[in-house]
Design a protein around this ligand. Structure first.
Ligand SMILES: Cc1ncc(COP(=O)(O)O)c(C=O)c1O
Length: 449
């Protein structure tokens, strides 16, 4: 939460902005009493939330923006630039271009075209739309563990879509992909997820690149969640190699509003071939006047976009440049270390059963039991117990047929099992693993069926 010190920083920086902007007289009337009353009402309403900002919120993918992002966003909001056209974002469009360049360089793209988007869904939509412009009517395939957005987007764009099986580690099953490519020469794009939403698994990108040499298709990487793990130095070697191969793919999505410490409303799409810009070609009779330089709206499907999002990202990257051994890299190492630490504690306790070792920072596990229905019931109870102790986890229905071999003895009396799931994506989580584990451990001894 914002500290008095941060409020002081914000006040000083707003003064600089105000003085720099032509010293126009104050033009907006505010009724302070009414505003305060409304704000207090808002604050009261907002208390009806889980404490998403705190490390004991370890459920879904939620992470507070870094203070520098929050402050820079608020500062930019004083004038609310729109990064559609340069006319509306003289300062913040160049900042977006610089920030996007850092993201592109992190992935090893030297030449590229890209921009920020409202989020991962919009960024993936642009990737699949461009793929369809390049080879109209060809099929998009993605793992059954890919984000549901790919199937939906394909349906919106009227692109044929098919699923590829997942393996027992939640990654794309390479044998099934190969079979599908052999059977169907009309597959145009393979969506590769580096960091799946459910388990944080990392699809075998290197093997998929090898298949690309045999069967001609585009590779689109959805790294909305996992992209920043490219900087981590403590992942399993084989997982690091998959992230390292990303510079070879045709397009990449990363969401700074997931791991990149940004407020919501900040995704990013990158294309390796800048000439795809031609497909965006359009004119705007209303906005593209004041400069011959590229207006970001010329290479984006969205029209208005928050300049404040670009300013916040730019400021965050000043603080945490995307370099090996930098603060962001260390933050990603901490997330992975937290997940491995919690995983090992759960793995070594006979009261629990895990799925597999986390490849990034999502842990999935369950209370032990004799059948999937019994385990699902228990997990719901543990989830409720933990929430009462202020530890917020997530539930995840995992398909029975994908369960790993060490679940063999458990009766498959239903076709899924409700597991517990935790995204340890806050840099502070590593310092809270013992406390989190204590609550989880107590949940099994305290909860009776
Ligand atoms: C891998 C992946 N892709 C895409 C998305 C969709 O992104 P957004 O929620 O920003 O639209 C998500 C969201 O969780 C995701 O995890």
């Amino acid at each position: 939460m914002t500290t008095p010190e941060e409020i002081g920083i914000l006040k000083n920086s707003i003064e600089v902005l105000e003085m720099g902007l032509l010293k126009l007289e104050h033009a907006q009337d505010v009724d302070p009493m009414l505003t305060e009353n409304i704000l207090l009402e808002v604050a009261n309403k907002m208390t009806n939330n889980y404490p998403y900002h705190h490390p004991l919120y370890a459920g879904q993918m939620l992470k507070p923006p870094h203070p520098v992002a929050r402050l820079a966003y608020t500062l930019a909001m004083q004038i609310n630039p729109n990064n559609h056209a340069l006319d509306g974002s003289r300062a913040s469009s160049p900042m977006e271009k610089e920030a996007v360049q850092q993201l592109a360089h992190m992935f090893g793209y030297e030449r590229y075209i890209g921009h920020l988007t409202g989020g991962g869904t919009m960024a993936n939509l642009e990737a699949l739309w461009i793929a369809d412009q390049i080879h109209p009517g060809k099929v998009v395939v993605a793992s059954e563990h890919s984000h549901y957005t790919h199937e939906r987007i394909s349906s919106v764009l009227k692109i044929p879509f098919r699923k590829v099986k997942a393996d027992k580690w939640g990654r794309m099953d390479i044998a099934d992909l190969k079979q599908q490519l052999e059977r169907d020469t009309n597959i145009g794009t393979v969506v590769v997820t580096l960091g799946t939403t459910g388990t944080g698994s990392v699809d075998p990108l290197e093997d998929i690149i090898k298949l690309q040499q045999e069967f001609d298709f585009r590779i689109h990487v959805d790294a909305a969640y996992g992209g920043y793990f490219r900087l981590a130095s403590n992942l399993q070697k084989k997982v690091s190699r998959r992230f390292a191969a990303i510079s070879k793919v045709d397009s990449i999505v990363i969401d700074p509003h997931k791991h990149g410490l940004q407020p919501y409303g900040c995704g990013c799409i990158l294309f390796k071939d800048p000439s795809v810009g031609q497909f965006y070609n359009h004119d705007s009779p209303y906005t593209y006047f004041t400069s011959d330089e590229l207006h970001l709206g010329e290479i984006s499907l969205e029209c208005s976009r928050a300049g404040a999002a670009a300013v916040a990202l730019w400021a965050t990257l000043k603080h945490f440049p995307l370099v090996k051994n930098g603060g962001m890299a260390e933050g990603m190492n901490r997330c992975h270390a937290a997940a491995i630490s919690l995983y090992q504690k759960i793995e070594n306790d006979p009261g629990f059963i895990t799925l597999f070792q986390p490849e990034t920072d999502i842990v999935v596990w369950a209370a032990t039991g004799t059948s999937l229905s019994e385990i699902s019931r228990k997990n719901q109870q543990l989830f409720d117990y933990c929430a009462r102790q202020d530890l917020h986890l997530a539930l995840f229905n995992y398909p029975a047929y994908l369960l790993p071999d060490h679940w063999e003895e458990i009766a498959k009396d239903q076709d899924y099992v409700t597991c517990l799931r935790s995204c340890l994506m806050k840099w502070e989580h590593i310092d809270w693993v013992d406390r989190i584990w204590e609550i989880i451990r107590n949940s099994i001894t305290t909860t009776t069926d």
